[in-house]
Design a protein around this ligand. Structure first.
Ligand SMILES: Cc1cc2nc3c(=O)[nH]c(=O)nc-3n(C[C@H](O)[C@H](O)[C@H](O)COP(=O)(O)OP(=O)(O)OC[C@H]3O[C@@H](n4cnc5c(N)ncnc54)[C@H](O)[C@@H]3O)c2cc1C
Length: 468
């Protein structure tokens, strides 16, 4: 039997869409590519969402008004954002949490070491895994049918309208459809093509690790672009973090992120520093380091700290390489000890230590050093010393489908009447580049909910036409 709304994907955006469509009275079928135990895409790895609020609200302290959120987005994207859709996301983030709670999501204040975001970000109790599980439970209670190991290979459209989706040889029709099947970050071949070869003859993407789900292969994104859907975003733009080089290829999740960059220095394979480690607060800068490491030879770099940094950042899952002296550390990391010591000595001598305060843009900075370290610069001089090899960790890609405030997919500038998109598949409308922590879930929640409501409405219209 044909359902009203077909939701393709099984992460936050898909679940928000399925729940809203079911609440609106639609019959809903959700197709998730992953097996049940791996359901939830990248959303299962998340911890929080960024929320606008004008006054303290349960787990959120102080205020984070619309204008400040907007300015933060404007800054990180360098203006490559659609203001209308960005503001829609921001406003929706101020009202979505009661609805989320009604579907079993619980919130908690951040634990220490969580990127100093107590004011701006609401944390999910039990993380994204608990959120996803709560949404699946609620969806099933509302009668949403969830099918696992059901990767959609392509869809059929006619005149800009959704007609059917194909899973293997099975053709599934529906009155309306929501696409929420993630970006193409897990597709290594596509990443390779997008990043191409660099001036050193390297294929940088071959050294990328994928922080999340292996199921976001971009199959539907490619299919939709081939079908003529309007696109948004640059395929090389993505949320990319520097992660532990020992992380697995997929699903390393949050615990492989290396958060001590601003507390020390970072050197490349030649043992040279290449960027200001203390440019701004870590939540505002962590997402540039994946790309910075991607630009270095061999796509590798090394975060170096001393004993003073210990206890001041979220400890990653693997312990750092430890040494009692800096030359020993260089040797253990496979770096040229002479160059390494020259870099570290120059850095140490250039530190003008003021009053160290990691919660402020403090006055500890370097003088006469290029590149400078503008905050939290203290000599690296206290044993034991630690080093972490870093690789670019791709969180999610920004190439997506162009949409509007109704979450409709567009073909030649025309909004589809019954095909909608949410989450990573359209995040590029808001995020042309850059990132600010927690906004991925704000976008997915806002547009997932809109897409679900719109799809239910479109299905009702379609049903009434059919009965007329
Ligand atoms: C380690 C990590 C930590 C993160 N932390 C945060 C955070 O704290 N806050 C935040 O805001 N964002 C965070 N993000 C980003 C966040 O995960 C995404 O922005 C958000 O989850 C996107 O939701 P989505 O539903 O669009 O995609 P996903 O949750 O990735 O869901 C995509 C779904 O589509 C399915 N799928 C793919 N292809 C097909 C197909 N062909 N057919 C059927 N199903 C298909 C996948 O299996 C998956 O279930 C994090 C990401 C990672 C990897």
């Amino acid at each position: 039997m044909q359902c009203d709304v077909l939701v393709i994907g099984g992460g936050n955006a898909a679940l928000c869409a399925a729940l809203m469509a079911a609440e609106a009275g639609a019959s809903v079928l959700l197709l998730e590519a992953a097996p049940r135990q791996w359901r939830g895409g990248n959303s299962q790895h998340t911890r929080n969402l960024r929320c606008m609020h004008d006054a303290p609200q349960d787990v959120l302290v102080e205020a984070y008004p619309e204008e400040e959120f907007w300015q933060d987005l404007l800054k990180v994207t360098g203006g490559i954002t659609n203001e209308k859709l960005a503001r829609l996301t921001i406003r929706a983030s101020s009202t979505c949490r009661d609805w989320m709670r009604s579907h079993g999501v619980h919130f908690q204040p951040p634990l220490s070491g969580a990127l100093h975001v107590a004011r701006t970000n609401a944390f999910f109790m039990g993380g994204g895994k608990a959120l996803v599980n709560a949404y699946y439970r609620s969806a099933e209670k509302l009668g949403v049918q969830c099918r696992y190991e059901a990767p959609v290979e392509r869809i059929e459209i006619s005149g800009g309208r959704f007609v059917a989706a194909w899973v293997g040889a099975e053709r599934i029709t529906a009155r309306a459809c929501v696409l929420a099947a993630g970006g193409f970050e897990s597709n290594r071949q596509w990443l390779r093509e997008a990043w191409g070869q660099n001036e050193r003859g390297e294929w940088p993407a071959d050294n990328f690790l994928i922080r999340g789900s292996q199921f976001n292969q971009g199959v539907l994104l490619k299919n939709l672009l081939e079908l003529g859907a309007d696109r948004i975003g640059d395929p090389t733009q993505a949320h990319m973090v520097a992660i532990d080089a020992r992380a697995p290829l997929y699903d390393g999740g949050i615990c492989t992120r290396i958060d001590c960059v601003s507390l020390g220095v970072v050197v490349n394979r030649e043992a040279h520093r290449f960027y200001d480690e203390g440019e701004d607060f870590w939540p505002k800068r962590y997402a540039i380091w994946g790309r910075l490491v991607a630009q270095q030879a061999g796509q590798i770099a090394y975060s170096i700290i001393d004993a003073k940094a210990i206890g001041r950042f979220m400890p990653p899952v693997f312990p750092g390489v430890r040494a009692d002296s800096l030359p020993e550390l260089a040797q253990k990391l496979g770096l040229d000890p002479d160059t390494f010591m020259q870099t570290l000595n120059e850095y140490n001598q250039s530190c003008r230590s003021g009053t160290f305060d990691h919660t402020q843009l403090d006055d500890c900075h370097t003088e006469g050093l290029a590149p400078a370290k503008t905050h939290w610069a203290r000599p690296i001089d206290t044993a034991p010393f630690y080093g972490y090899a870093l690789r670019p960790g791709v969180t999610f890609t920004y190439l997506g489908l162009k949409t509007d405030e109704t979450a409709a997919v567009h073909f030649d500038g025309h909004a589809s009447a019954n095909l909608f998109v949410a989450g990573e598949m359209m995040a590029g409308n808001v995020l042309g580049k850059g990132y600010t922590a927690g906004v991925g879930m704000s976008i997915g929640t806002a547009f997932g909910r809109i897409a679900g409501t719109q799809a239910a409405q479109a299905a009702r219209k379609e049903a009434s036409h059919a009965n007329a």
